[in-house]
Design a protein around this ligand. Structure first.
Ligand code: ZN
Ligand code: ZN
Length: 269
């Protein structure tokens, strides 16, 4: 990862080549240092309302407003059901993953935090959102994979928020993170730019399991920021099962729940 060349006691050149995994480790280290610094500061403005707060990222009032996914929901896809039973859609056609774990519903003001993480590089949010998700874990998988970004998209954005979330959760729960097992081999238009019914087709064949031996016979949990139609996670789960994974769980920070049509169009998937 780092190569230093000395000549006659003098540093001749510094060659820095960072892989995606190295980049994640580097960003995670910076995040950890920043979170220590934040704890030392007397007060900081709340990311959502700007009020000064000693609470960390959000003030107590905003944190209480976050839409935690507490209502009864389908264990497979996390959409609301009357008494927590499997929903009709999953009964009719089981998705390629066994269960979904979501900390929040993708609604105001949590959606603002996810957008701040993704599009405004508020990377400090990674630890907060990852810890919220990790708190809900009951069924421990053998390993984690992050929803991969296409290398081209990774270059543009500079980081993969799912990889950062997965790295934090892996460390916290002491579960191995398979950083190179899955790849995105097709750069598709963003799912959020398409109507729900076209998302399955758009994402088909987008993923490849490059190291199938790492997932064979294993329970794998896919970590992603938001599940909207479930098409991306479904397609990655399909690829993992094809490569021999025994069981797949979907772990997402937030689940988009059915809402009036005009709000569904602002999904972040
Ligand atoms: Zn606030
Ligand atoms: Zn369901």
């Amino acid at each position: 990862m780092f190569a230093l060349r000395h000549k006659g006691g003098k540093l001749e050149g510094v060659h820095l080549q960072l892989s995606d995994t190295d980049l994640s480790i580097l960003v995670q280290t910076i995040l950890n240092i920043r979170s220590v610094i934040r704890r030392l500061l007397p007060a900081q403005p709340c990311l959502l309302c700007g009020a000064m707060s000693r609470n960390g990222l959000c003030c107590a009032a905003c944190e209480a407003e976050l839409p935690r996914l507490t209502a009864a929901h389908c264990p497979v896809c996390a959409l609301p059901t009357t008494a927590g039973e499997t929903c009709g859609k999953c009964l009719k056609k089981m998705p390629p993953f066994e269960r979904t774990l979501a900390a929040f519903s993708y609604a105001f003001p949590l959606n603002q935090l996810v957008k701040a993480l993704k599009f405004h590089e508020q990377l400090i949010l990674v630890n907060f959102l990852a810890d919220e998700l990790a708190r809900h874990v009951e069924n421990r998988p053998d390993c984690l994979v992050a929803m991969p970004l296409h290398p081209q998209r990774l270059r543009t954005r500079g980081f993969n928020q799912s990889q950062l979330l997965a790295a934090r959760i892996a460390k916290r729960l002491d579960i191995p993170l398979l950083s190179s097992a899955c790849q995105r081999v097709r750069d598709t238009p963003p799912q959020s730019s398409l109507p729900w019914k076209e998302r399955d087709k758009n994402i088909r064949g987008a993923f490849e399991v490059a190291l199938p031996a790492q997932v064979q016979g294993k329970h794998v949990a896919i970590v992603d920021d938001v599940m909207t139609s479930g098409a991306s996670i479904g397609e990655l789960a399909r690829a993992l099962k094809k490569a021999g994974a025994a069981e797949v769980s979907a772990w997402v920070v937030a689940r988009t729940l059915p809402q009036p049509a005009k709000t569904l169009s602002v999904s972040a998937e």
